[in-house]
Design a protein around this ligand. Structure first.
Ligand code: NAP
Length: 309
């Protein structure tokens, strides 16, 4: 059993920034990196809005740099996921795939994961034409026809990226107004390869595993009309769900599973347990806000340790 002052669960911008700050404060943090080291930015394309990179930077490059900076100051990174926590005892107990830790403070920075439509035909065809990562799978759709589902920045980014490969990209959105920022909307509207299907959602995926996706049935949410749309691939970009299942019943969360924090801080309902990044933030969800909140959690943890001897 390892003994730590600070244990960080998660390795996106929030987790790594908390790592940099607590390591520089000589608290020798342990970071559980989880199944997707680097978090969501490792499956994104160019990041153009992280300050300090006027030419933009690749998501994976940004995360590798943050990881290296964390290690430089002495944080220990475990390539493990956390399976169990006990916040009812002190020090807190954290169980990874192999490592068990007793820790005076915990910073939860487990982020959020892609949301799926969860209709029966989706599971059957996952990996056979249904994806949630254009950066990962876009290459397979050269000269093919693809749909992107969603109306946010992710959907616009995915659609724009996919035009590098696909012959045609149609964005299917459940309303007739996009949620995406103006600049991302304009990029998509001005791209001759991108069309839009409004007020619609996928009713059913068509195709067979092995043979792949051949199309979808779309429902028009205004008229109820069902139409068939031929396509070779569907990319989902309909938002995210917080990765909080292991904390259920152990810490206060809202109805959607986001950890509740005391406004203006990273304090959770358990003194000594802090939350940073997308795991509590359903409003801003930016790399830079996650990093900022990781810094806040580190400072909150440091203050808590000082106050509690
Ligand atoms: P988001 O902003 O929450 O948008 C999700 C979209 O999916 C919305 O248009 C939503 O429709 C739609 N949707 C949700 N559930 C659905 C369902 N069950 N069926 C059909 N459609 C559904 O998520 P996001 O686009 O992933 O963006 C998350 C955050 O990351 C945002 O803050 C965004 O600004 C940021 N981001 C930034 C960049 C960038 O600047 N480069 C790139 C990607 C993401 P409604 O609009 O009707 O709710």
């Amino acid at each position: 059993m390892q003994q730590r002052k600070v244990t960080i669960i998660g390795s996106g911008p929030a987790g790594y920034t908390a790592g940099i700050y607590t390591a520089r404060a000589d608290l020798k943090p342990l970071i559980f990196e989880g199944y997707q080291p680097g978090g969501q930015l490792t499956i994104t394309t160019e990041v153009e809005n992280y300050p300090g990179f006027p030419q933009g930077i690749n998501g994976p490059d940004l995360m590798n740099a943050m990881r290296a900076q964390t290690e430089k100051f002495g944080a220990e990174i475990m390539q493990e996921s956390v399976n169990e926590v006990d916040f009812s005892r002190k020090p807190f107990y954290i169980k990874g795939d192999e490592t068990e830790v007793e820790s005076d403070t915990v910073i939860i920075a487990t982020g959020a994961s892609t949301r799926w439509l969860n209709i029966p035909s989706e599971k059957k065809l996952m990996g056979y034409g249904i994806s949630a990562c254009a950066t990962c799978d876009g290459f397979f759709y050269r000269d093919k026809k693809v749909l992107v589902i969603g109306g946010g920045d992710s959907a616009m980014e995915e659609a724009t990226f996919l035009t590098k490969f696909a012959s045609q990209v149609k964005v299917v959105h459940r309303r007739e107004e996009l949620r995406a920022s103006k600049i991302m909307q304009d990029k998509a509207f001005n791209n001759p390869k991108i069309d839009f299907i409004w007020n619609s959602t996928i009713e059913e995926y068509l195709g067979e595993p092995g043979k792949g996706l051949t199309g979808v049935k779309l429902r028009n949410l205004k008229t109820g009309e069902i139409t068939k749309e031929k396509c070779d691939g569907v990319f989902l970009a309909i938002g995210h769900t917080p990765n909080t299942s292991i904390f259920k019943g152990k810490i206060e969360m809202d109805g959607e599973g986001y950890i509740i924090i005391k406004p203006g801080t990273t304090h959770t309902s358990i003194p000594g347990v802090f939350a940073a990044g997308d795991v509590h933030d359903k409003r801003y969800k930016q790399a830079v806000t996650a990093a900022g909140s990781g810094c806040m959690a580190a400072i909150d943890a440091e203050k808590y340790l000082e106050a509690n001897g």
